[in-house]
Design a protein. Structure first.
Ligand SMILES: [Cu+2]
Length: 515
């Protein structure tokens, strides 16, 4: 018996998915929506760019803490930045850099099930490792949170964020190789907002009318503790995707927000490991999407539904002036997520949404000096269970194959041979989506050639701005175009389904100087 269990099982507890809390048994809209606090600097430090200049310095500690996700539940154990999840929101101005010392003050043992068969998470690695990536930031490579640059409890890393980029809704989260899905699930994520003068001049809703909504799904056990799903093989607890039925907004289940009958700006982030959200309002009112991952769209787009893959952001304006005294529910498909309680009062609303926002100049395809065809691949075991996911058939540890030249423009086309949509994220750069087009996957496997079987589909108006994450749909070639600006050095590109990213669907790339 003991022999059949194999070596190692005596040292590590066997991961189990415990009986699950029934979310439908909970009263809805009894907790106010928490709004993350704004991060405050702890002083000034010399700028890495200019020794005479000083930059605001923040020390942000990752700590274990407990928080109630619902009035009627016991406190849940989380890990979070600044002892909260989401962590404090950073407020930055374009062109004004800042320094963050990310300090690992977490316990020595992980509380979620590590799969030690996954590359980078072997038994000889410390269980608790963290490294922080600011998603969407144009940051030097040493500050980008390279997945192998993790550090253990008691250690820290200082990152420099120059913020030489346009106003946008960024977010920070863990990126440690092989356990990133567990660290983010544990609560290690937060918002980082960059503002600029052009955006200010548009006079969009601001201050208490500009609210981040960080949405993600989690599972809880009967003791209200996080319950990360596992496979039925205790030696390989990894599962291909995690979909849970408890939707949290800013860390609460079914929260409510009291609003005035006026316009609000919501910066919605899909912070889920794997779930795609399709959000609507219960009154079927339309709203205006004004921005995407990397900032403002050229013009507002009227929508009744916003769809977000993991890591994507939508910046929307919702006008509650026609809903005085009503309860408007934000829904994901048919399920309630949160409630807006519109006050039955008069509100002064001087906000008029401008007809145009920020011009987004299209990058011409002719500007590209190179087109890279990159396949998205799923490797199954003998009984068709996914074992790993690959980019261009390459594992993380294989030599770098993508080395764009600094300041050059390239087209990257993602050939999705799998049955899943994969949100593909490139670090450092912002890009534009060119199109998506169906191709014959069987022919591709046989011949290595792309045979298109449909017309090219242009991006939806809501994603026709600057992006850093793109949904690559199954059986399609998704093309993006980008200029590799900013820094030379090593960055990564990966699928943002965190279970895929942790299991090889991530590759390094190098930005090099022209020879
Ligand atoms: Cu994926």
């Amino acid at each position: 018996m003991a022999l059949a269990m194999g070596r190692g099982s005596a040292e590590k507890p066997v991961p189990k998915f415990r009986p699950e809390l029934n979310i439908n048994s909970l009263a809805q809209f009894v907790d106010p929506l928490p709004i993350p606090v704004i991060a405050k600097p702890d002083g000034w430090r010399p700028s890495p760019d200019d020794a005479a200049g000083k930059l605001p310095y923040f020390r942000m500690a990752m700590r274990a803490f407990e928080a109630q996700v619902h009035r009627d539940l016991k406190p849940t154990k989380f890990w979070g930045y600044g002892g909260s999840s989401p962590g404090p929101t950073f407020e930055a101005r374009s062109g004004q850099g800042l320094l963050v010392e990310w300090a690992n003050e977490l316990p020595a043992a992980h509380f979620l099930p590590i799969d030690h068969t996954i590359h980078g998470a072997e038994s000889d690695k410390p269980d608790v490792r963290t490294v922080v990536h600011l998603h969407g930031a144009k940051a030097p490579p040493a500050s980008d949170g390279y997945p192998e640059n993790w550090f253990v409890p008691g250690k820290s890393a200082i990152c420099h964020y120059p913020n030489k980029q346009e106003a946008a809704t960024l977010w920070y989260h863990d990126h440690a190789l092989g356990i990133n899905r567990l660290n983010v699930f544990a609560g290690l994520l937060g918002m980082f907002i960059v503002r600029d003068d052009l955006e200010d001049a548009l006079r969009l809703p601001r201050d208490e009318y500009d609210i981040p909504l960080v949405i993600y799904d989690r599972a809880f056990d009967l003791q209200s503790q996080l319950n990360y799903p596992v496979s039925d093989d205790p030696r390989k607890p990894w599962t291909p995707e995690v979909f849970c039925d408890a939707f949290l907004v800013n860390g609460k289940l079914f929260p409510f927000l009291e609003v005035e009958p006026r316009k609000y700006r919501f910066r919605i982030l899909n912070g889920a490991n794997a779930r795609f959200f399709h959000l609507t309002l219960s009154n079927n009112h339309s709203f205006q999407q004004i921005g995407t991952d990397q900032g403002l769209l050229g013009a507002p787009v009227a929508l009744q539904r916003v769809s977000l893959a993991p890591a994507e952001r939508a910046d929307v304006i919702v006008d509650f002036s026609g809903s005085r005294g009503e309860g408007v529910i934000l829904k994901n498909d048919n399920l309630n997520v949160m409630q807006f309680r519109v006050k039955d009062s008069r509100a002064r609303d001087a906000v008029a949404i401008p007809a145009t926002l920020r011009p987004v100049a299209k990058i011409p395809e002719a500007a590209a000096v190179k087109t890279r065809s990159l396949s998205l691949v799923e490797i199954d075991d003998a009984v068709q269970r996914p074992m790993t996911m690959l980019l261009n058939n390459a594992h993380w540890s294989m030599p770098v194959t993508e080395s764009p030249v600094l300041d050059s423009t390239e087209i990257w086309e993602f050939l999705n041979t799998t049955d899943d949509a994969h949100p593909i994220h490139l670090h450092l750069v912002r890009f534009q989506i060119l199109d998506r087009r169906s191709f014959d996957v069987a022919t591709y496997w046989l011949t290595g050639k792309v045979k298109y079987v449909g017309a090219a589909i242009l991006p939806d108006p809501s994603e026709a701005g600057w992006k850093d994450t793109v949904r690559a749909d199954p059986g399609m070639v998704t093309r993006i175009i980008t200029r590799f600006e900013g820094y030379t050095g090593r960055y990564v590109w990966h699928c943002h389904i965190l279970e895929h990213e942790d299991n090889e669907m991530m590759r390094p790339f190098d930005i090099v100087t022209a020879r």
